[in-house]
Structures are given as C-alpha cells and as structure tokens.
Write a protein that binds this ligand. Sequence first.
Ligand code: UDP
Length: 580
Amino acid sequence: NYQEIKKRLNEEPQLSANAVTVLRRRYLKKDEEGNVIESPMEMFQRVAINIAQAELLYNKDCDISKTAESFYNEMVSLRFLPNSPTLMNAGKELQQLSACFVLPVNDSLEEIFESVKHTALIHKSGGGTGFSFSRLRPKDDVVKTTKGVSSGPVSFMSVFDSATETIKQGGTRRGANMGILRVDHPDIMDFIYAKRDKSRLTNFNLSVGLTEEFMKAVDENREYDLINPKNNKVLKKLNAREVFNEMVTLAWEGGDPGIIFLDRINRDNPTPQVGEIESTNPCGEQPLLPYESCNLGSINVSRFVDNGNIMWEELQNTVKTATHFLDNVIDMNKYPIKQIEDMTKRNRKIGLGIMGWADMLAKLDIPYNSEEALKLAEDLMKFIRDKGREASSEIAKIRGNFPNFEGSIYPGLGFEYMRNATITTIAPTGTISIIGGSSSGVEPYFAIAFYRNVMDNDKLVEVCPTFREISKKEGFFSSELFEYIAEKGTVKESTVVPEKYKKIFVTAHEISPKWHVRMQSAFQKFTDNAVSKTVNFANEATPDDVREVYELAYKEGCKGITIYRDGSRTGQVLNVGTSK
Ligand code: UDP
C-alpha cells in the first residue's frame, strides 16, 4: 500500500539551495499550470517505491516496504543517486529511466530516417544517444535507385542534429548526441573538420574511432587504407601521422573531435557473441551495442569519510543496495521502442560509478595530483567493482543470470552467476552532483570559490562546501578570503591558506594534463565500461602538448579521451552543471 509505505519513509533530505533550485526546475512533479506539487522528500519516496516494485515480478506476494526503505535511505542521505531520467520519470507516466542509448545507422534512406525517429523518441524522454556513422557509404558514392550520388555521413549527421534541436524545448532535458566515424572511413577528413564552423552540429560531440592498425601506422609513419564500407574496397590511402596530427590540431582548436579506441573497447565487450560495439553514449562513458540502453547511478564517496578514515563497510552496503536498485530499474523501465527493450533485457547492463572524488581526497588530506591519490583511486574502484560483482551474482542466484550469459566473457573468468553484463561506469554526474552537493564524477575541483550572477547584477560568492568546512575547523575561515578566492579562482597565492591546504585544494587548471590522464587510467583499470573525464589544458598549450596526451592516453589503457583547452570554445553540447 503506497500511502502506508510512504509514511514510513520520513527522513528529510538535507539539500543546498542550488539543489532545490535544480529539482524544482525539472525533477519535481508539476500540475498542468506548471506549479510544483511535490517536495524533494516526496520525489525520493516516489522513486524508491516505484523501483522497489520490481520485487513483485520475482515474488508476487512479497512485501516491498523493506526494499523501498533501503532505496529511500541511500538516496535521501545523498549517498547514492540514480541518473537524472530515473529521478525525473520513475513513478510518472513517462517512466523512461535511462540516460544512455546507442542506435544503429544503416546505409539506406529508410533506415536512416527510422533512426532519426527513434532519436526523437529518446530525446523526448531525457535520454542521450550515440551513433556510429561508419556504415554509411562515402560522399559521392553511387545511389543505385536514383543514379544520383550519396551526400555522405557528415551531411546525414545534420539531419539528426536538426531533429535534436527541434525537440529541445518540449523534452524533459536537452538531448545530446555522440557521433562516431571510424578512422578508415573515406570521409574521415570531412568528419574531423565537421565542427570547425562552430554553428554546425551543435548538439553533437564527435569522436574518431581509432583502431590498433591505425595507431601502428602512426607509429611507423606510413600510409593506411580507407575503405568503402559498402563493398569493402580500398578507396584511397592517407598518411596516418598526418591524419592524427589534423585530429590533434582540431581538438586543440575547439575540443572536437575526441578519440575512442575501438579495438580496446571491443576487447572488453562482455558479450562478443551478440555483436561489435561501434559507439558510446554522448559523454563517452558508456560503450553499447546498437539498440542497447543503460541506466547509471553514482555513489557519493565523500560521504564515506569519517575523521580521516574511509568507512569501507558502509560503502560495501551502499554498493550492494545500489546494484540491486539499478537491476530493478531495468525491469521498471518503459523503453521507447521494442528493439531497445529486448536488447537491454538480454544483457542487463548497469553503470554504477562515483561522484565526490575530489571532496573525498580533500577530506583525507590527499592532493589530487599525487601518487597516493592514484593508488587510492585504484583501491576504491577495485573495491566497488568487486563488491558490485558480488552483489550482482547474489541477485543472479535468485533471479537468474542475464540471458546472454552463456557465450559472454563471464564463464571464462570463472563466474557461475552474473545478473548484469557490466556493472561499473564513471559518469560525469553533471546534475546529480549538484543535487548531492558534491564535486562531480572523478574530476578535480574546477574552482574553490566563484561568483554566481543573481538577479539585478548582484553577485554572490559560492564556496566549495568541503573547503568551507575545513577552513572553519582549521581557523582560516573568513568572507574576505572567499571573496579573494572567487576573484582569483584558486588558493595558490593566498597568504592566509596554509601550504598544506594549497596542495589539497588544487584546481583543474593547476593540475597538469598528464595527471588528468593518469587519474582517468587509474579508474579505468577497474571499470567495466568507461570513465567520463575532461583533460584541461591552459590556453597557451600547443597542439604538440595535446598530441603527447593523446599518446599517453593510448599507452595508459584509456578507452578514449576528451580534452578542453581554456577559452577555445564558447558553446559546449554539455556544459557541466549549467546546461539543464
Ligand atoms: N545526458 C543527456 N543530456 C544532458 C545530460 C546528460 O542526454 O543534458 C546523458 C548523456 O548520455 C550523458 C549521461 O546522460 O553521458 C550522463 O550524464 P550526467 O552524469 O551528467 O547526468 P546526470 O544524471 O547528472 O543528469
């Protein structure tokens, strides 16, 4: 009985003013006139009770109140939050709960426009879509039925872009796309230059799909083959190093294209018998098969530090409940189309990750750019992966393995039970970190204090909560200090902040790109899917600096890399924290 269970879920969430603003804008229930008719507490009740109802599919007589309570407690304490679509849509008519989708784009007009339609349906419900355009015949290739010529992948991408633009206003949040083209597609140079004109493809992130073969050719400074996907014929050859350098230069100029390492992603494909992975979701953290979707959730690790110690046992409990929660989401989800429902339910991928990493490090007195932080990143992520796998196996013993388990990588790894083909993903947590009051994903702090514009040109100083807390405890708290930091953006030159804390409250720009990559790689080692991370460069950085970091990402085992050079781009597809 909904009302009775609801009564028992009565702990109040402790939310910041920003969190409440974000929730009121898009997450809380509204009546037909647009008035908010739900409190944040009621939102967590709605989500907990809705997701707990999946229990009834496996035991129709069970009492779901205990499960609802455990889900509620994790969310209301801000220890764990599911991705935005789950918070927005669970228990409402829409009931679309996933953030990530990948759709196929096949080489016929009918199929291309079918995908455009599916994209529209997904964006309407708050999901993001990724596509590989590599199967489309190149520009100027013959179209048999009309005797005309094809306009090529890049021009078809504009159709998807316009569709996204059109639905923007009516949807739950701004739709985002990832476009991928293999480096051996004949139109690769058009793709690399596609966003040079900043008014084009504004709803797309682009990534070039690199192969081992190509990387070898770069290393040996030789030519490689560009192949027409329609007939597998070699259409032309290009010098690999020159193509690589162009990619680097364009990324240096404006952030796009990023790169992904396709062979590496497929080496980790948990269900190779089902098909090849060609694309990721918009922010790159979730490689998926065509027609597959995935729901994400993140543990706020800064909540697991007590007096300089990590509370491993509590963390283990949260991992267990979060895994259970995300598995339930798969059953409670209302999928936009049948093919996606089928594919998703056969692999049952979930993406459990973390946010609040920079806060956790600060609470432990560990600078982000230190060997100690890298070591802890590995230990922490290994712990979450292992405990997540244990939890998934336990669920499988009761509910069964994911249907594609036989033929997957798991029997070979010695697993007898596994409920989910993947368990871990590190998401950007652009909005849920605002709700949770933590630093986002595994990123360092962007600023320790900054000015936020409010009405009538008033400026308010906003301070990183962990810095505020520590400065109070250590006796260097003052509003003058916060004003000073907001002006400068960093604490580096302050005469008030003790040296020790200058090292600990280091910001993204003060951390060298190499440390960014090493941190990404430390988390990647124990993450089934991928890690969302931006590598920040100073405005003065050169294309050579970017090239070195691309090579390092390859060497360090990353699955892809996204860079951003300060001041190189004004409008981003996803401007973390401010886009929604
Ligand atoms: N996403 C989207 N539109 C947005 C923000 C996010 O489609 O405006 C999708 C995209 O696939 C992204 C994923 O949601 O990779 C996760 O993003 P994030 O962790 O920032 O989402 P949150 O749950 O914090 O809103």
